[in-house]
Design a protein around this ligand. Sequence first.
Ligand code: ZN
Length: 318
Amino acid sequence: MIVTTKELFAHAYGKYAIGAYNINNLEQTMGLFKGNVDSKAPFIVQLSKGARSYTHKLMLEAMMNTADKIFPEAVFAIHLDHGDEATCMDCINSGVYSSVMIDASHEPFEKNVEITKRVVDAAHAKGLVVEAELGLLKGIEEDVVAADHVYTKPDEAFRFVKATGCDSLACAIGTSHGAFKFKGSQKLRFDILEEIQKLLPGFPLVMHGSSSVPQDEVARINAAGGNLKGASGVDASQFLGAAKLGVTKINIDTDGRLVWCRVHREFFRDHPEKFDLRDPGKVFMPEYAKFIAAKNVLLGSAGQVDAARAYIQASKKK
Ligand SMILES: [Zn+2]
């Protein structure tokens, strides 16, 4: 069942966070759906601009519709991750997406408001919802590189949400994109979330760049010929604390890539005579499903799918 992120957030708010997972290909899609169905979690599939151009956007869209048929018990949103205005409009008109993110966070405040408002108006007219972003995450976000964190200012967040009518807001609180998030110990600014929650009670917030970069995963990759030095991520024990402060969506991309990398490196190290792409693929899909199911436990979304489905269906009847 394809739903909007707004519907998922309404059920999750203050209790748990929904996992938002980026996928690029068939094996990830199968593993993702299997992992969420196995752990009975509602979820968000994220398709980035990069994913849409990796093979073809129509291939991804067809995979989403097909996955909905293969896994009728799945409850999920199809979300564009880090869109520019043109990509948002394309997704809004595709008939496939239920949610888009407009990321104009690198623009000055007023310009960000202007662009976001245009996307919100177009999306709402077609029944889609919009995530916007305020503040800058350190690291590389599609084409935009930020040298340092620009934390979200709570009073600006309030004004931004009121001015744009966006349905959720990605805030910069110290997480970053990629596998190298922190030098030394992590510092997440939960005080910012708290302030925003006070100003915007009940309004869904989003945490980007929240992979954990598990050290055992990194060690296995390096033992199988990889070279990831100093990789580190977000402590997953923080997820539920963030959920209580209004974070309803937590984006996880890098960790899934690490699973892919570890499976394939180990497979070809241990089976140098093999060359059939399906052989490591058969290992990857269940491993990825296992990874997703374990994340959902940490997010608190595991076991919530029946309640979320019932809640969404009941609110549709009203
Ligand atoms: Zn992001």
